[in-house]
Ligand binder design. Structure first.
Ligand SMILES: *[C@@H]1O[C@H](CO)[C@@H](O)[C@H](O)[C@H]1NC(C)=O
Ligand SMILES: *[C@@H]1O[C@H](CO)[C@@H](O)[C@H](O)[C@H]1NC(C)=O
Length: 238
């Protein structure tokens, strides 16, 4: 009697505190895993204060610093919106659950903040500081995740994302809007605006890496905090 009460309590506690965002799936049932991941991520990205998980949508980034050979820029106080709308698909998971690859499509991201930039943008001299916005950002990210399996103090096994490699691909033209270029010189700014519109893809390729690096790292931290609270064996069934 006492034992069965204890077991009931432990199962209940396990469910409430650990696997509540991921519903159980068989290891081979990829559609089930895809659905449960797509249901869980927006809730993790919303932030879970009880678990110390910060909001990822919007995601705040204090400083993004880039020193390319011909162009130096810093983005301050940036906010990225829209990670909650990303959808994961094409999952491939290896047998011992240490590697997951797939594709995330994020159809409606945007970003704003304060910039400071000086140098040559592809071929065009550029200089300015002020507010910026990047609108109409739609990306596909092919990712490959290496997972560690870690024994928690309670004896259960948890996932930990060790490394994410990814390949971003912009799906639609991005509108780059830098305010106060050339200290407010509208003629010079108009040249950059036209150039940015015509060369959005090259500019994306030039500018994107430092932002992805910081942003994905923050997403990884948030997801890892969640993963530490749920036990693999309760969720992924053989
Ligand atoms: C970023 O935000 C902080 C806090 O609001 C502010 O003190 C700082 O001046 C901002 N930085 C820039 C470059 O606007
Ligand atoms: C820059 O953006 C901030 C926050 O959106 C706003 O309060 C401020 O007025 C903007 N500054 C300029 C010069 O547009």
């Amino acid at each position: 009697m006492y034992l069965s009460l204890l077991i009931t309590f432990m199962c209940f506690a396990g469910e409430v505190f650990s696997s509540s965002l991921f519903s159980p799936c068989k290891k081979s049932d990829l559609p089930c895993i895809e659905t449960t991941v797509n249901n869980a991520l927006p809730k993790i990205f919303d932030g879970i204060p009880e678990l110390g998980i910060l909001k990822s949508d919007p995601q705040f980034i204090a400083v993004i610093d880039a020193d390319l050979s011909a162009l130096k820029y810093t983005f301050y106080n940036s906010t990225i919106y829209g990670y909650k709308n990303c959808e994961v698909s094409n999952l491939i998971i290896n047998d011992d659950l240490t590697r997951i690859s797939g594709r995330a499509v994020c159809p409606s991201l945007h970003m704003n903040g304060v910039y400071d930039m000086k140098g040559v943008l592809i071929t065009l001299p550029i200089e300015g500081n002020g507010n910026y916005t990047f609108e109409g950002v739609s990306f596909q990210l092919d990712f490959d995740i290496k997972l560690d399996k870690i024994k928690g103090s309670e004896g259960k096994t948890h996932f930990f994302i060790r490394k994410i490699t990814y390949k971003p691909k912009a799906l639609t033209p991005i509108q780059f809007n830098f305010q106060n270029l050339f200290n407010g010189n509208e003629d010079l700014a108009a040249v950059v605006k036209k150039f940015a519109k015509e060369n959005w893809l090259d500019i994306t390729l030039l500018l994107q890496d430092p932002t992805w690096e910081v942003s994905i790292d923050l997403l990884k931290t948030a997801v890892n905090k969640y993963l530490a609270t749920f036990a693999i064996d309760d969720t992924i069934l053989n």
